[in-house]
Design a binder for this molecule. Structure first.
Ligand code: GRF
Length: 202
């Protein structure tokens, strides 16, 4: 399974996937790591690990469409099976999503469909929910809305802030991405909103 990883920042989810590939937990190959930000710590790390690490800086393109066209060109060249958005802070156009339908994964730090959008952990604390978590899902045309692959839960404690909850969720994010990719590696189909993978026995 060939993976392309798109990121914009810290890259801790990328790091978790890298470690799972390296230690054999995940039978996959990272064929491209791409950042829209030249200063993203995640892309520096990708270089250190020796990956094909590409910066496609959105600030150097005349339009959103032109930037995305270059990202799509890089993906066509790398030929991944799956594209992993690991903290990639750019919205994808309908054209992008259509070209890679049900092959783009995103992770969101809430139990979707609760708390889509920015500051999901702060939304969860403010709402007073007692359980939150993270969701790995396929990307469709809508924000944080595509078919769900894996969810993992964490408790929300009385003294949590957005920051302490985010830290608890992040640990589960790393496990959830690896779990989701491991499941998809066994083959999958998407029926409506439901992502189906063969059972382990079959
Ligand atoms: C994570 O909180 C993820 O849920 C969100 O962006 C953050 C990325 O973190 N989509 P990192 O760059 O993988 O450390």
């Amino acid at each position: 399974m060939r993976l392309a990883i798109l990121l914009s920042g810290r890259g801790s989810n990328f790091q978790a996937i890298h470690e799972a590939v390296r230690n054999g937990t995940l039978d996959a190959e990272i064929v491209l790591v791409l950042s829209n930000r030249p200063d993203a710590p995640g892309i520096q790390r990708a270089r250190e690990y020796g990956y094909d690490a590409q910066v496609v800086d959105h600030k150097t393109f005349a339009s959103r469409a032109a930037h995305e066209e270059e990202v799509l060109r890089q993906l066509d060249a790398a030929q991944p099976d799956l594209i992993v958005l690991a903290g990639y802070m750019r919205l994808l156009s309908a054209n992008f999503v259509t070209r890679w339908r049900n092959r783009i994964l995103n992770i969101h730090p809430s139990l979707l469909p609760a708390f889509p959008g920015v500051d999901a952990q702060a939304q969860a604390v403010a709402h007073g929910v007692k359980v939150s978590g993270c969701t790995v899902h396929f990307v469709d045309e809508h924000l944080d809305a595509g078919p769900i692959i894996v969810q993992r839960t964490v408790p929300v404690l009385d003294d949590d802030t957005a920051e302490t909850l985010a830290a608890r969720i992040l640990v589960e994010e790393h496990a959830a991405f690896v779990e989701a990719l491991g499941r998809l590696a066994r083959g999958y189909r998407v029926e409506g909103r439901r992502v189906m993978v063969p059972s382990r026995e079959s």
